[in-house]
Design a protein around this ligand. Structure first.
Ligand code: HMG
Ligand code: MG
Length: 310
């Protein structure tokens, strides 16, 4: 059975688009809850312009409050050298940079062309190398763009391989607006795999059209072993109007555990974080499982479920 790794992006992707920003204290509490639930890699925030994304202001304080934890990886998203320096000064050991396979999305999201973004990334990678920090790379719009529609696979492959070549240890392929369907997702992964080893490919699915779990299952069967997810299914991108959150971590965990793939995540604890975070944001949980938990219609018996799958 595949051994998989989950990358929890709720505290960053999940919160960056919410109309009610969470305080530093609430974000720290959310991340503590995720660690307690068994998540080991948690994107804890971003060092972007607070004028563009005010929800992520104070990410340095979030990181410093959490401190270094043995066995816990807390990557921070950065767009440029300024963001890198802030992450390094806060003590981050890993950062994530983000590029786009679509020129229009690159302009809207980070105010520069794809080529210009790589100029910025080179300086970031240099700094990270000197500071001994690991760098993950995202590619947005791998299965469609909110401004350009269909994106040629050659653009996705080109941006993914450029990120890998400049030193990103893992490339997370982002279905930013959740328009992908399973065969398209697998074809995209197969194309990227020509240039980037499958072990260095992650899938970052948004669930706008309800396809995230289907796409993940198809790509899992195609050999992908790293999946990004957001607790409660929270999230969206400020520069992709109407795009909803990532696949809900609890739904992904439920599916994987049901297939006999161990995640190390305690599902009831995770659902508690989803429900508590949604309450702080003043909205209902998005994921089906958390909605059921919130209304106490069922209690989740993970052990029974897993035993049935063995
Ligand atoms: P810009 O305006 O082109 O940058 O923004 P600039 O260099 O001209 O600087 C303008 C101002 O921003 C200056 O401040 C800078 O100091 C400041 P002022 O002098 O006006 O007071 N600034 C910064 N402040 C804090 N941290 C920084 C930073 N850099 C400059 N790092 C920039 C360029 C990239 C900064 C801007 O466009 C930005 O912050 N964009 C936000 C992008 C973002 O956060 N998008 C959402 C995350 S990506 C995503 O969700 C997709 C993903 O999930 C995958 C997927 O789903 O596809 C990863
Ligand atoms: Mg995203």
């Amino acid at each position: 059975m595949n051994s998989i790794r989950l990358v929890e992006v709720g505290p960053r992707d999940g919160l960056q688009n919410e109309s009610r920003p969470l305080s530093v204290e609430d974000r720290v509490q959310m991340i503590e809850g995720l660690i307690d639930a068994g998540l080991r890699t948690i994107e804890a925030g971003s060092f972007v312009s607070p004028k563009w994304v005010p929800q992520m202001a104070g990410s340095g304080d979030v990181f410093v409050s959490l401190g270094q934890r043995k066995g816990i990886n807390l990557p921070m998203l950065v767009p440029n050298l300024k963001g890198f320096e802030a992450a390094r000064d806060a003590g981050a050991e890993e950062i994530a940079i983000f590029a786009s396979a679509s020129e229009s999305f690159s302009q809207k999201n980070i105010n520069c062309s794809i080529d210009e973004s790589f100029e910025r990334f080179r300086a970031v990678l240099d700094g990270a190398r000197k500071a001994g920090m690991r760098v993950r790379g995202y590619v947005s719009c791998v299965l469609g763009c909110p401004y350009e529609g269909e994106i040629p696979l050659s653009s996705v492959v080109s941006v993914a391989s450029r990120l890998y070549d400049i030193g990103c240890y893992e490339i997370s392929l982002g279905d930013t607006i959740g328009v992908g369907t399973p065969r398209a997702a697998v074809a995209m992964v197969r194309a990227v795999e020509e240039e980037v080893p499958i072990g260095a490919i992650a899938l970052h699915e948004h669930n706008t059209y309800g396809q995230a779990l289907a796409n993940i299952l198809a790509c899992l069967e195609a050999g992908v072993t790293v999946f990004d997810a957001s607790v409660g299914g929270l999230g969206g991108c400020p520069y992709a109007k109407g795009a909803t959150g990532n696949v809900a971590t609890e739904e992904l965990v439920f599916m994987l555990e049901g297939m006999g793939i161990r995640t190390g995540v305690d599902l009831p604890k995770l659902c508690r974080v989803a429900v508590q975070t949604a309450a702080k944001l003043g909205r209902d949980p998005v994921s089906s499982i958390s909605k059921i938990i919130a209304t106490r219609a069922i209690s989740i018996q993970t052990e029974t479920m897993c035993a049935a799958a063995d």
